[in-house]
Ligand binder design. Structure first.
Ligand code: SF4
Length: 487
């Protein structure tokens, strides 16, 4: 007989079940929310999504609200199966349970490249770097996405050159409002429960509460997908790496939250984008840029999380030790005068979200320059973002953003001064700092921070050919002493 499928809270789409009759177990563990100070809207989204799924499944679903997973599982005798969970900790928990009870462990779902396919690709590299671009091209060919036979449609794999423009000289991109979900009685109940938990002191949150912004059900996720393809995908690529003060969403899809809840399968999202290209609705540069994020970057990160091993999260090759200041940890934008940081931290406080460029170029870049401990930065990203899960944040923060792995994931740190932020955003005009100044009253903290970082890590990066030019720039600074004294 078919086993009851135990679903974790990020395995909520139909592709995590086999057939329409399979029985389901879901466990809502309060302890999960007590472990970290989650963003209030993240806790709400996860609980809302789980409870909505249970409601849809009706009598097929055994939904348990308990303190811990173990407590719930100890009361269930039935044989279970479970798809591979998305963190090392949950994987070990399942492995342990399988020695104690009848639990069948199945491969992961919800990703486009399986772990064994990634391992075959990586093993075949024979010591060469595991480049995202190579991985992405292999995935496109294997999955037959934007291909004509064995060649990419149009003959060109990569449209980065056409994408990633500075923002237009306008306050917004002028796009229609994105799709917003409508809350219902389940959301009311979630809100009341979170209020009660907070009042009794068993959990505490950061960030503001607000009507739910991200899809929590399959129906909502599909509506958000179709709305994105219709209205935003055609302009996705051009301003992918730009930031606008008054336009938080720009052309971004906001699908990372429903994707990471398992509500959408990445391949159905990719096929919808590909159809838009083939029907002439969206240009190749936009569609290629979007597809690259999904079957390229997202799956690359997912697989590196496992490939790099469990202790990757503890890396701190730059020996960064400082703790996060309270204003940053508490998501209080009034703690800084820097307009870009105020905007990015404010966006996270208000929505639990900011697109990938404020994350990397503003928040992560600042953390790196300030010498904050990578594990503290990792924890901050994990709990503050609605789409943050262990598998996605560990490689992105430890590797891509904080370079704490010594260059395993990226050959150089993601580091920039104020002039680059100025080029890619409209923040600096309203800021009390001057992006060109590295010392003095109105010195931009990013510009000073950029040089101080290079100075501090000079020896490490001197031999890195992608950093050598920047390091040589240090020798041309006439005000280095003053710069270091201000740090
Ligand atoms: Fe940010 Fe510096 Fe520009 Fe101010 S001047 S917005 S601190 S980059």
């Amino acid at each position: 007989a078919q086993r009851r499928r135990w679903l974790f809270g990020d395995q909520l789409g139909p592709h995590f079940l086999d057939g329409t009759r399979q029985k389901v177990l879901m466990i809502e563990s309060k302890r999960v929310f007590a472990r970290r100070r989650f963003h209030r809207q993240k806790a709400h989204l996860i609980l809302s999504a789980m409870r909505h799924r249970a409601d849809e499944l009706g009598r097929r679903c055994d939904y348990r609200r308990t303190d811990t997973f173990r407590e719930a599982l100890d009361r269930i005798d039935e044989p279970l199966d479970v798809c591979q969970p998305t963190s090392w900790a949950a994987l070990h928990f399942c492995d342990q349970l399988a020695t104690e009870r009848d639990l069948e462990r199945l491969p992961a779902r919800g990703f486009a490249t399986a772990r064994q396919d990634f391992a075959a690709w990586a093993d075949g590299r024979q010591g060469k770097r595991l480049l995202m671009e190579d991985f992405y091209r292999e995935a496109r060919a294997r999955l037959d996405v934007l291909m004509e036979g064995s060649e990419p449609v149009t003959g060109q794999w990569n449209y980065d050159h056409d994408n990633r423009e500075p923002p237009p000289r306008a306050d917004t991109l002028g796009l229609p409002e994105p799709y917003w979900p409508t809350e219902d009685a389940i959301d009311d109940e979630v809100r009341a429960d979170l209020d009660a938990w907070e009042a009794e002191g068993s959990v505490s949150f950061v960030g503001q509460d607000a009507p739910r912004t991200f899809a929590a059900t399959r129906r909502e996720a599909l509506a958000a997908l179709h709305d994105f393809v219709e209205h935003r995908l055609p302009t996705f690529g051009t301003y992918e790496d730009a930031m606008l003060r008054e336009d938080r969403w720009m052309s971004h899809s906001m699908l990372s939250a429903p994707l990471n809840l398992g509500l959408l399968d990445p391949l159905e999202v990719v096929r919808a984008a590909e159809d838009a290209y083939r029907e002439g609705h969206a240009p190749i540069a936009a569609v290629e840029g979007f597809v690259r994020q999904l079957i390229g970057w997202r799956d690359y990160i997912w697989n590196l999380y496992w490939w790099f091993g469990e202790d990757y999260r503890d890396r701190n090759k730059l020996n960064q030790r400082r703790q996060l200041p309270d204003w940053f940890a508490d998501l209080d934008p009034s703690g800084t005068d820097a307009a870009c940081l105020q905007n990015a931290v404010g966006s996270v406080a208000e929505t639990g979200w900011a697109h990938h460029i404020p994350r990397l170029m503003v928040l992560g870049n600042y953390a790196l320059q300030q010498g904050w401990k990578p594990q503290a930065v990792l924890d901050w990203f994990h709990r503050s973002f609605v789409d943050g899960y262990d598998w996605v944040m560990v490689p992105n923060v430890i590797g891509m953003s904080q370079h704490a792995d010594g260059g395993q994931l990226a050959t150089k740190p993601y580091l920039s001064g104020g002039s680059y932020i100025n080029k890619m955003s409209d923040f600096c005009g309203s800021c009390r700092y001057d992006p060109k100044k590295r010392v003095g009253e109105d010195a931009c903290p990013f510009t000073g921070g950029y040089w101080r970082f290079l100075h501090k890590h000079r020896e490490r990066f001197a031999g890195n050919h992608r950093m050598a030019q920047a390091i040589r720039g240090l020798d041309r600074l006439s005000d280095l002493d003053e710069l270091l004294a201000e740090g």
